[in-house]
Design a protein around this ligand. Structure first.
Ligand code: SF4
Length: 348
C-alpha cells in the first residue's frame, strides 16, 4: 500500500482484499489495524487515500497505522549475514498476529515480491533503503539485497500470508510492469510455502528466487512445491505464466549517454525507471546541450570526467567523480545527486 497510486493498477493491494481481511478477522473476534510504511517520497496518508484503503477502513472504523510516524524498536538479527539489526515499527512487535497482504508481482530486483519480501513494509522510514546500499558480501554469489531479505525473514515472518492476485503485475514490477488480472487470492500459514505456490501460479520456480531459496535453505520455510498441501486440489487450473522482468535492458534516453559495462538487470531497471520518471525534466533543465553521462556496471576501466557513477559496482571510480551507492541503487538517491549539484554529472 506504500505507493501513491489508484486501486486496480496491480501496484498496490486491492482495497476489497483488505476489506475482506478486516471483516474476516473481526468476525473471528480480533481487534484489527492496518499498517504500512511507504516508499521514499510518499506519505502514508496520501497512499492510504489514493489506494482506497482510507475508505474501506473508515466504513469499518478500523485504525490505520502510518508506520513512518510511529516510534521504532531495534530488532537484532542473530542469524543475519547482510543485516545484523532492523528498525521496526513498534506496533509490529506488539500485535499478536501480523498478516502480510502483498500483490502477486514480479520484481525487477528480486524476481518476485510476495509475502516474505512484503515484510520490508514493517521497517521504519528510510531504514528500508539500507537494504539497497549493502556492499557485495565476500564469499557470496547472491546479491546482498537477496541475502538481506532472507535475514529479515529470520526475525520478521508473518503469521499469515494473504497474496492478492485479483490483479497482479508482470514484467517490470513492482511499479512499471503490466497489470495482470487473475482473480485469485492465496492464503497460507507458512509465508515461504505461500510464496512458493504463488510463484508456481506465476509460472516461476521458487528455487529460482534467491531470497526464497536462501531462506528455505536456512530453514525459515518450505518452498518445495511437492511438500506443500494446497487446496483446492485443482489449484493449478489458475496457473497463468507471468512475463519476467527483462535480463538486459537497452537504455536509450534523449539527453543522456548511458555507459553500461557488465551491469545486472537491477541497475539497468533502476536507471530505466529513473530516466522515465525524471529524465525529461533533468534534460530540459540542463544549461548546455551536452549529454549527461551515467555509468553502471563493474566493467569500466576509464570513465569520462564528470560521469555520474551509479551503483556499488562503479565504486572504484567514486573518488574522482559523482557517485551514488547501492546494490541496486535507488531512484531517490540518484535524484538527490542531481539536486545536490546539477552541473557535476555533465561532461566537463
Ligand atoms: S550492477 Fe548494480 S545492482 Fe548489479 S551488482 Fe552492480 S551495483 Fe549491484
Amino acid at each position: 500500500m506504500g505507493r501513491n497510486v489508484k486501486p486496480e493498477t496491480g501496484i498496490t493491494t486491492h482495497p476489497q482484499v483488505i476489506a475482506a481481511a478486516i471483516d474476516a478477522f473481526r468476525e473471528a473476534g480480533a481487534n484489527v489495524a492496518v499498517g504500512e510504511s511507504p516508499i521514499t517520497g510518499v506519505t502514508m496518508v496520501d497512499a492510504f487515500e489514493s489506494g482506497g484503503i482510507t475508505t474501506v477502513a473508515k466504513i469499518r472504523n478500523c485504525p490505520l497505522i502510518d508506520m513512518d510516524v510511529r516510534r521504532y524498536v531495534t530488532c537484532e538479527i542473530p542469524a543475519g549475514i547482510a543485516m545484523k539489526s532492523l528498525k521496526v515499527c513498534r506496533e509490529v512487535t506488539e500485535y499478536d498476529i501480523i498478516v502480510s497482504i502483498p500483490v502477486m508481482k514480479t520484481h525487477m530486483h528480486t524476481g518476485v515480491t510476495l509475502s516474505v519480501k512484503n515484510m520490508k513494509g514493517c521497517l521504519w522510514r528510510r531504514s528500508k533503503v539500507d537494504f539497497h546500499m549493502l556492499p557485495q558480501l565476500p564469499g557470496h554469489e547472491e546479491k546482498p539485497l537477496d541475502i538481506a531479505i532472507a535475514d529479515l525473514s529470520s526475525v520478521l515472518l508473518p503469521h499469515l500470508s494473504i497474496i492478492d492476485g485479483t490483479i497482479g503485475m508482470e514484467g517490470l514490477g513492482p511499479s512499471a510492469g503490466k497489470p495482470k488480472p487473475l482473480g485469485v487470492v492465496l492464503v497460507g500459514v507458512d509465508a515461504f510455502a505461500t510464496d512458493s505456490v504463488a510463484c508456481a501460479i506465476m509460472g516461476i520456480s521458487a528455487h529460482d528466487i534467491p531470497h526464497l531459496r536462501i531462506g528455505s535453505q536456512r530453514g525459515y520455510g518450505v518452498i518445495d512445491i511437492d511438500s506443500i498441501a494446497v487446496y483446492p486440489q485443482n489449484w493449478k487450473d489458475v496457473q497463468d505464466t507471468f512475463v519476467l522482468p527483462p535480463e538486459e535492458l537497452s537504455i536509450e534516453f534523449s539527453g543522456f549517454t548511458v555507459l553500461d559495462q557488465q551491469s545486472c538487470s537491477a541497475c539497468q531497471s533502476t536507471l530505466l525507471m529513473f530516466l522515465r520518471q525524471y529524465g525529461q525534466q533533468l534534460s530540459d533543465s540542463k544549461s548546455d546541450d551536452k549529454d549527461i553521462t551515467i555509468a553502471i556496471g563493474k566493467g569500466h576501466e576509464e570513465l569520462p570526467i564528470g560521469t555520474l557513477c551509479v551503483g556499488n559496482c562503479t565504486a572504484k571510480h567514486k573518488n574522482c567523480r559523482k557517485f551514488v551507492s547501492g546494490c541496486p541503487p535507488v531512484s531517490s538517491e540518484i535524484l538527490s545527486m542531481f539536486n545536490d549539484d546539477r552541473s557535476s554529472p555533465h561532461p566537463e
